[in-house]
Ligand binder design. Sequence first.
Ligand SMILES: [Zn+2]
Length: 135
Amino acid sequence: MGAHTSKIQAVLTAKCPKCRVGKMFVGNTYSFKKQRMNDVCPYCGFRFEIEPGYFYAAMYVSYVLSVGQVLAAGLLTYQISKSESPWVYLGVLMATILIFAPFNFRYSRLILLHYLTPKVKYDPKYEDALGDDRP
Ligand SMILES: [Zn+2]
């Protein structure tokens, strides 16, 4: 019997919330290709968009993530540069939003599915069925 993937591990590796085996996204977070999410889990067939418009809620999660990142980047910029120019902070703000956009796209959906949707339940039977040879 193989070990089970923890929730945090599943989120960090962008796995399906139901089986924690199949990948939710195609390709890497940072690449020159457009981000693509699988419609259904390639392993267990779970449909990620559990109801129409479900991922609109991910925008709020993404917003919260962005605010945190912008604040952290702003504070860090102040610590390093002690600058009081609004243009410096505006530049940092824009750069932070751009740099984190692919990350937030991916992790807002993962957080929404894994942590904020109680009806989406992890089912360990899929990992049990794998045994020790994982894909
Ligand atoms: Zn799955």
